[in-house]
Design a protein around this ligand. Sequence first.
Ligand code: X8Z
Ligand code: ZN
Length: 627
Amino acid sequence: MKARLFAGIGMLLLAIGTLTIFFLTDGKMPQNLTEDHTAKLKFGIPTTVAPSPDGPSDVDKFLAEYNANYRRLWTEFEGANWNASSNISPENTATKIAASQAMADYVGSHQVIEKLRMIRGRLDLTDFQDRQIEKAWQLAAHQPGTMKSNVDKLIKTQASLVDSLYTFEYTLNLEGQESQILTPNGMDELLLTSRDLSVRQAVWETSKSVGPKLKNGLVETQELRNSTAREMGYSSFFELEVADYDMSSQEMIQLMDEVIAGIMPLYQQLHCWVKHELAARYEVEEVPALIPAHWLGNRWGQEWPGIVDGVDLDAMFRDVQPQWMIEQAERFYTSMSFDPLPLTFWGRSDLFELPAGADRKKNTHASAWHIDLDQDVRSLMSVKSNFSWFQTTHHELGHIYYYLAYSREEVPPILRSGANRAFHEGIGTLIELACSQVPYMQQVGLMSVDETPEEIRWLLTQALQGPVVFLPFACGTMTHWEHDFYEEDLPRHKMNTRWWDYANRYQGIASPTPRGEDFCDPATKTHIIDDPAQYYDYALSSVILHQLHRYICREILDEDVRQANYFGNKQVGMYLHSILQLGATRDWRVVMQQATGEDLSSEALLEYFDPLMAWLQEQNQGREVGF
Ligand code: X8Z
Ligand code: ZN
């Protein structure tokens, strides 16, 4: 896959004798990871330019002022955004819009853009300066002052779309029963447990009922986002978002296709096995070529829980409170020597599902927030005691610990982000993988030793609820659709058809009945509305995390990748911290090389699921595999 493209950098690094981080620390463990142990790591951050006898350069002066302004405006915006997301109201949305406009007015101002234009690409810049300038340029390209009316309109349209999505009432109408309002958690529960296909279809259709309401706004944002990005020289909004990876749209699509090609043989086997299992479960005689979307336990078919008989993951959490779920996630990190979360995290976060009849509505999709780009970190969730939320709590705390690790003086505010966005997603998802390992669950009493699941069933469960099922959705349906939506200015009369074409082609999933253009099924996925053109982040995070996981298992734990236990291991914590504390001060390809000795590659991920392939092939003998 991308290995070829990055091989040059990799070879260069290897040639200069770069060893991996862990060994550069001499295996010494800091007492506490907030101590400044970075000095002990040769994986340190380059300081700015060499001190000049004439004082700071013009570039440094500009960057110092820019960073201070950026941090102040970000804090105002993110605080307002938090209020608007945890308590959706016209007043809070108006305050958020004003803060967003204030931010745009500065980062996209004529003065900032002109200065960036003058210094961008100058040969005397250090890498450290260059990276800050590039980030500032990308930020300006999201909201250039030369398109102020566009930018203002986009801010308002996007805010109103998010509000519409999260204030929508999902109403389930079943024959002979009174209408019922369902929450997203409620729909997920029904899709996980109901065995009645007509109920399942009604719930699935209910979950898509918000789409038509969002279609006009989404079409409007397409035009606004594209014209704004094109003003600054990007081919589309999709390409602007991909610039975080220093790649073009075409390179990203090629990378996605390579990841899909790698996983597809295993996915097709899994798909075949699942459709036979489900046809038997629902007593459908003829096994369909494509799996009907309402047969699956997730609204988009992005994970397929509840399929393996005898593995009831939710049972482990029946007797625990939602609060325990988050505390246990924190314990996972502190056991590896990360600091306890700041007390303000507990005071300011909004972690649980609102009771029925609550006097406010909130965004129900899990998220992690870095309000002041320093210690004010928060999470917005609707935690319930089940396996899915168990994983999500670990995922969100991964973001939070990343925020805290790079919030230090050496990392300027504009570089307080992940090595790339996939790294940010990858850390928490790595800990999701780690907290789903049997030795850990047995150590903390979630699973008793005499309940040890058969290895293949456990791997099957991980494939169904992890990357094997997820990647065709993330790389295929989501990323290809968003690519076409922006890069090809996909017209409104093709939006839904294209979505289902890709769901058929990549996921092997079909809608229960034809879905014309009156529906807008992609809009029901929150990321299409409020994290647009970024879903490949999750796909790449799965690839990266398996590389990190294999490195940790081989070099630190000396354990099998499928039987690993990070809990209580401070060296693992130190290794992760050494990556997190860098923020975006290094090229992500360099970070990857230094952290694992490898370029980006799906090999570790595929190797993890190797034993499953043979088992599935045996189960599927005599069946037609593929769709
Ligand atoms: O959105 C998320 C996280 C928040 S960053 C809960 N995820 C994607 C999704 O739900 O679609 C994690 C997995 C993919
Ligand atoms: Zn995330």
